[in-house]
Design a protein around this ligand. Structure first.
Ligand SMILES: Nc1ncnc2c1ncn2[C@@H]1O[C@H](COP(=O)(O)OP(=O)(O)OP(=O)(O)O)[C@@H](O)[C@H]1O
Length: 208
């Protein structure tokens, strides 16, 4: 595989029972760029992200990762923002600190000031960090999830509908923090024009 790509997908087919979600779909994901998987609701965007992370099995086709890496190795290099963000029952501070308990992330553990600063860059007020995560609005929860993805400082970001609950001011904050001046490989899903217009590469998913 060309070294410019993180991964190449060839003839991907995904079926759930009688439903064919994707049929012989091929695409490449460039390294160090922001690629948006664009598609209507139900077109298979979230399913595709889970496949790339190795959480689901392909019905047919192949995913090849650069340098012969496995899906497991790719996962270790990835910060993932799922669409259904369930980060538990704790305070925002506890939610932010949670992934840094694991040995792979331990070295990146942020101090309070760094966490506060990232939340503030995403337009969240100082008091947010002591609130219960479940008491936040959907858009605030989404921004906390994005803050965690940023703080993990991984070379790959997978963001499932990262702006779905955000207004344009918050979207701009997210763009400035996560996307501007970055050399990470970012794969996101979206049907949001604001987000798509700012991508380096857009992959339209076929209509079912
Ligand atoms: N585990 C599963 N079992 C059965 N069907 C599934 C499963 N996961 C996804 N699907 C189906 O696959 C299709 C694509 O779902 P997916 O969540 O990937 O769409 P999406 O493009 O992300 O949609 P949205 O923009 O609404 O989030 C849907 O019809 C969904 O019902």
């Amino acid at each position: 595989m060309n070294d410019k790509f993180l991964l190449s997908c060839t003839d991907l087919t995904i079926r759930f029972g009688d439903e064919t979600v994707l049929n012989e779909f091929s695409f490449d994901i460039p390294k160090n760029k922001h690629t948006v998987l664009r598609g209507e609701s139900g077109s298979g965007k979230s399913t595709l992200l889970k496949l790339l992370l190795g959480f689901l099995k392909l019905t047919d086709g192949a995913i090849k990762y650069n340098n012969g890496k496995t899906a497991h190795e790719i996962r270790q290099d990835t910060a993932w923002l799922p669409q259904d963000l369930d980060l538990g029952d704790g305070t925002v501070k506890e939610v932010i600190n949670y992934p840094f308990r694991f040995s792979t992330n331990n070295m990146q553990r942020p101090d309070l000031q760094t966490s506060q600063s990232v939340l503030s860059k995403l337009g969240l007020q100082t008091g947010t960090i002591t609130k219960m995560f479940r008491d936040l609005s959907t858009g605030q929860r989404q921004r906390v999830g994005l803050a965690v993805c940023h703080l993990l400082n991984k070379p790959i970001l997978l963001l499932d509908e990262p702006t779905s609950a955000l207004d344009n001011v918050s979207k701009q904050h997210v763009f400035d923090l996560l996307l501007e001046h970055t050399n990470k490989t970012i794969i996101s899903t979206s049907h949001d024009p604001f987000w798509i217009e700012r991508a380096d590469n857009v992959i339209p998913l076929p209509l079912n």
